[in-house]
Design a protein around this ligand. Structure first.
Ligand code: GH3
Ligand code: MG
Ligand code: MG
Ligand code: MG
Ligand code: MG
Length: 317
């Protein structure tokens, strides 16, 4: 059943937060004046969780951990000013917060400078309660909707890991990045062993639960930044491994097999073991101008075939 909550004047489905692991919107106020922090917090407290930073450096740090939906950013502060903070925030990978400048300066020149810096809006001091609330709630709603839609586009509906569309985009992007940096890019293709029999024995619903458990375990087993777990199709998953060489990648494949086997998900109908396992095909290459990302997939696919041929529950390079 849907439940609802208010973000300012707008009613939204609580399920919009599910992807994020959040329970409400998050607002970060970066302002060196405690008085402004208090005034703004009081105005906005009903719209979500409020956090405050006393200066730019602290604000940038908090933004990295809190992933706020909206940031209210003062211009005049000791140390970095608001424009510098804005520039630094915008350089962070995956930065998606809406920045609203809050300043005593008025006039079109300042407003244009703020918007050019990447802010979505501009509020002038002294505050008018109703104006602040209306602007913040409008931007909160937009930001939440953007996140929600992006997740719908990029995530797999069953398992919550990234989907095939995102995989294709990320592989192409990582390929170009590794070509420029002349670093080795690796790929792991994984396939659940005897999964048709699993479905036949326990039903499709149980099969779906099994895929969720496998995906969750894979996501937990990838710890390096930039590693991307995706559902490649059916009962197959792919993991993109940035800056990983042939020497390193086989160990990772063995580790994944162990992690899944260690879940000991009961499999009632297979010839060898009583639980669910995966087979893993691995490849790693130094991208060149002549080669293409699909060569990495083809090599991993061939290795996966060998892992199956050699008895499953193993990794091949
Ligand atoms: P192998 O060890 O050779 O990989 O054998 P397998 O049975 O896993 O391979 P096969 O390709 O024959 O069967 C894959 C099965 O995965 C068949 C299909 O019904 C099932 N499957 C694919 N997607 C889903 C899904 O989203 N949910 C469930 N429950 N089953 C799925
Ligand atoms: Mg100030
Ligand atoms: Mg398969
Ligand atoms: Mg198969
Ligand atoms: Mg299979």
């Amino acid at each position: 059943m849907n439940s609802w909550q208010f973000v300012g004047n707008y009613q939204i489905a609580t399920s919009m937060f599910d992807f994020e692991g959040k329970e409400s919107a998050v607002i970060l106020i970066i302002d060196d004046s405690r008085m402004n922090q208090m005034l703004l917090s009081a105005m906005l407290k009903e719209m979500g969780q409020i956090h405050c930073a006393n200066h730019g450096e602290e604000g940038v740090m908090l933004a990295q951990t809190l992933h706020p939906n909206v940031i209210l950013l003062d211009v005049e502060m000791p140390g970095m000013n608001g424009f510098e903070v804005c520039k630094m925030l915008k350089q962070q990978p995956n930065f998606e917060s809406a920045i609203i400048f809050v300043t005593a300066h008025s006039g079109s020149e300042h407003e244009v400078r703020a918007l050019d810096a990447g802010a979505v809006d501009f509020i002038t001091k002294p505050f008018h309660d109703a104006v602040v609330k209306a602007r913040v709630s409008a931007h909160l709603l937009l930001n939440l909707q953007t996140h929600y839609l992006r997740n719908l586009v990029n995530l797999d509906g069953l398992t919550g890991v990234f989907n095939r569309r995102h995989f294709d985009e990320m592989l192409a992007q990582e390929w170009r990045r590794h070509l420029r940096a002349q670093q080795s890019l690796a790929l792991a293709l994984l396939d659940v062993d005897f999964f048709k029999r699993y479905n036949d024995a326990l039903g499709h619903q149980a099969g779906d639960d099994c895929l969720k458990a496998v995906a969750h375990c894979l996501a937990k087993s990838t710890k390096r930044p930039g590693e991307i777990v995706t559902r490649y199709g059916g009962e197959e998953f792919a993991i993109i491994l940035p800056n990983t060489s042939q020497e390193e990648v086989l160990g990772f494949g063995h580790y994944l097999c162990q992690q899944i086997a260690a879940l000991q998900l009961p499999h009632p109908d297979r010839p060898d073991l009583p639980f669910v396992t995966i087979s893993v095909g691995l490849s790693a290459v130094l991208p060149t101008l002549q080669s293409e990302p699909k060569s990495l997939i083809a090599a991993a696919d061939a290795a996966l075939y060998r892992a199956k041929e050699q008895g499953r529950n193993q990794a091949c390079l």
